[in-house]
Design a protein around this ligand. Structure first.
Ligand SMILES: Nc1nc2c(c(=O)[nH]1)N=C([C@H](O)[C@@H](O)CO)CN2
Length: 127
């Protein structure tokens, strides 16, 4: 069994979009994140594998999204998913990027990507 650390409706202003006007205009992106982990590892807080600090996850996302202009919401989702897999001890991650208001006759549009930490999942199978 695996546990899931989640962050809902994390809101960030970003330069995002395929149109010229979107290069200089901050727009709202809302993230829903799920990080699969094993919280039993976390009981010993002195151990190397410690808990996943959701404030640290938040900082990583803020720093990634504020660095540059992104063309597609897919680009943001992929960068965040791959970075979280690299930086945190998690089995898989699900990143949903919402760009509300992008289509005038829909309340929301977005993309949801899932990435696995193949190395960690392999070591889980062996044990
Ligand atoms: N699959 C996608 N389609 C579109 C995107 C996107 O990021 N992914 N973006 C746009 C525009 O930037 C739009 O949001 C402007 O309002 C159009 N299609």
């Amino acid at each position: 069994m695996m546990d899931i650390l989640f962050i809902d409706r994390l809101t960030v202003m970003a330069y995002i979009g395929i149109n010229d006007w979107e290069k200089n205009c901050l727009q709202k992106l809302i993230f829903d994140l799920q990080l699969s982990c094993n919280t039993e590892f976390f009981e010993d807080h002195q151990s190397v594998v410690s808990y996943i600090d959701y404030t640290h996850v938040n900082q990583v996302i803020l720093s990634l999204v504020s660095q540059k202009h992104f063309y597609l919401i897919e680009d943001v989702a992929n960068l965040i998913a791959n970075t979280l897999i690299e930086k945190f001890c998690i089995y898989w991650v699900r990143v949903k990027v919402n760009k509300p208001g992008a289509i005038h006759n829909a309340c929301n549009v977005g993309i949801c990507v899932e990435r696995k930490n193949k190395t960690l999942l392999k070591s889980l199978k062996k044990s």
